[in-house]
Design a protein. Structure first.
Length: 157
């Protein structure tokens, strides 16, 4: 039997499940650290992916609960792209990554895990980051605890 230890997942397994969209933030900032919110702009925000593909996996979302690009107002689109650019620079500087995957999955059929609230992914990449464990057993390793990554990236915003 193969075992992969991920003790931080017990919080999710045993904890309460959200009744509402995880990307619909409350107005106050009291929950930002718990929710891994790194930055709040006027129309959009940056949040860490709680279950990342790689260390530093970020999401850029509009505050409004919209699912389609065509539903975004022009000002929202511009702010989202500004944040994608800013996040890209922060990831390259902080993690010294050699590349970044930037993506958007529109709808469940396109692979969106949360299709009802549009969000862009930024995933830092390094040459060879698909180590033997990913190749041999379809498992990814994340080398830093998510709370340590949050603290480090929060300072960049």
């Amino acid at each position: 039997m193969k075992q992969l230890w991920a003790p931080w997942r017990i919080e999710y397994i045993l904890g309460p499940k959200p009744d509402a969209c995880v990307f619909c933030l409350p107005e106050g900032r009291d929950e930002d650290e718990e929710r891994l919110v790194l930055h709040r702009g006027k129309r959009a925000f940056v949040i860490m992916n709680r279950y990342p593909y790689n260390n530093g996996h970020l999401l850029v979302c509009p505050f409004r609960h919209v699912s389609e690009l065509t539903d975004l107002e022009s000002a929202e689109s511009h702010e989202i792209m500004d944040l994608v650019q800013r996040c890209s620079g922060i990831l390259k500087q902080h993690f010294n990554c050699e590349g970044i995957n930037v993506g958007l999955n529109l709808g469940k059929a396109a692979g969106a895990g949360i299709g009802e609230h549009l969000h862009f992914h930024l995933v830092p990449r390094w040459n060879g980051d698909s180590s033997f464990i990913a190749v041999m057993d379809d498992v990814r390793t994340v080398p830093q605890h998510i709370r340590e990554t949050y603290a480090a990236l929060r300072a960049c915003f």
